[in-house]
Design a protein around this ligand. Structure first.
Ligand SMILES: Nc1ncnc2c1ncn2[C@@H]1O[C@H](COP(=O)(O)OP(=O)(O)OP(=O)(O)O)[C@@H](O)[C@H]1O
Ligand SMILES: [Mg+2]
Length: 359
């Protein structure tokens, strides 16, 4: 789902700067380097740069971290017939496909070193060679690169070529984290709700009150706008047409616990698990069979990575809270229901800062 067409929502000073930089850079052929944490909108910036560039060709994207290193070269530069076993006919690479348009090299920080040398040569000479071919092929494209990595640190560590960095870091656009522009959150939520409503797949929009908005604005959003989008989509499914206040946000949508300093990071991650939180509705489904562990097999179809430790911890918290609620706060009954020893349950409650429900 996308909010509008390539629309970077937000009236914060930081977001206005970003839009202004895009406007300045787009019409030129300058290489743009988009920097920012995960989920801050780097791809959206790349699309906007292309859309505002008036370049006639298309936008061709390559995610350098998603393509295995040994395939990336032929993906980028193409190959000649007979270049390797299975190369039955000549194939154009993404550089050639992007000719006349824009090539978006996403996660360029993950590009293997040998390929970095080839990329550098392509940028400097404006020519490429297909794998297994000796001919120089001219390329005419606008390059946009993005990374969530700290490339300067990668250079120090010998993982990224300094000369390539200087070639791609011509016009950097750095995206702020969502926490740095929390004033934009209400507007982004409105835009997200509108987009979801327009798709017509949910029964009605949840109504966030003032305290809910405060909670959203306070939350640190380690997954940035992508995480906010997931939370809002989840809210639409769980609470269609319902009023949502700050308490509901805290308990069901963003799970932030006041942790000890050493546990802070863990709690933050636990708070952002991309799984459905407990809802009032699920509690009535006591007869439902437990989800079978094999269901998790499909998860990589939806997520690039799954933090197993964080996820299992989140499941544990949900089950403990549900057991305590079911037993009206009687710890020994809850422990029986969870097949845990009473002392183990108490330890876990301390660890996860779970309070006994008060009647
Ligand atoms: N300013 C914004 N306004 C509205 N939606 C946004 C904004 N920034 C990001 N989004 C939305 O958030 C999601 C994540 O954005 P995007 O994929 O561009 O992030 P990214 O920085 O490329 O993330 P990653 O590093 O994980 O690849 C997308 O659905 C995008 O539409
Ligand atoms: Mg991206």
């Amino acid at each position: 789902m996308n909010v509008g067409k390539d629309e970077l929502v937000g009236q914060s000073a930081a977001m206005r700067d970003v839009r202004r930089l895009i406007e300045i850079a787009a019409p030129a052929k300058t290489t743009v380097l988009v920097l920012g944490e995960t989920g801050t909108g780097k791809e959206l910036v790349a699309r906007s740069v292309h859309a505002q560039s008036a370049r006639k060709g298309g936008l061709v994207s390559v995610n350098c971290s998603a393509i295995p290193a040994d395939l990336l070269e032929s993906e980028l530069f193409g190959y000649e017939k007979g270049a390797f076993t299975g190369a039955e006919k000549t194939r154009h690479g993404r550089f050639e496909m992007a000719s006349g348009g824009t090539l978006f090299l996403d996660e360029i920080g993950d590009m293997p070193l040998p390929l970095q040398a080839k990329l550098l040569r392509a940028i400097e000479t404006k020519h490429i060679q297909r794998v297994g071919g000796g001919k120089d092929i001219p390329i005419d494209l606008r390059l946009v690169c993005a990374t969530h990595q700290n490339i300067e640190a990668d250079i120090e560590a010998g993982k990224f070529r300094a000369d390539l960095y200087y070639r791609i870091n011509v016009f950097p656009i750095k995206l702020p984290t969502l926490a740095e522009r929390s004033v934009d959150i209400p507007q982004i939520i409105t835009a997200l709700c509108r987009a979801i409503e327009a798709q017509g797949e949910v029964a009605g929009m949840p109504q966030f009150d003032e305290t809910a908005m405060q909670e959203f604005t306070r939350y640190p959003w380690p997954g940035n706008v992508r995480e906010l989008r997931n939370v809002i989509e989840r809210a639409c499914l769980l609470f269609p047409d319902k009023a949502i206040d700050g308490k509901k946000v805290r308990e069901h949508l963003v799970r932030l616990r006041a942790p000890e300093v050493s546990e802070e990071q863990d709690a933050l991650w636990a708070a952002t698990a991309d799984l459905d939180p407990p809802s009032d509705e699920t509690e009535t489904n006591a007869e439902m069979p437990l989800p079978h562990p094999s269901h998790y097999r499909d998860w990589f179809a939806y997520f690039d990575a799954i933090d197993v430790r964080r996820h299992l911890q989140e499941v544990e918290i949900v089950l403990i809270e549900a057991a305590l609620e079911k037993s009206n706060g009687m710890i020994s009954h809850a422990a029986d229901a969870l097949k845990l020893r009473r002392t183990t349950l108490i330890e876990k409650m301390k660890k996860f800062m779970i309070e006994k429900p008060v009647n």
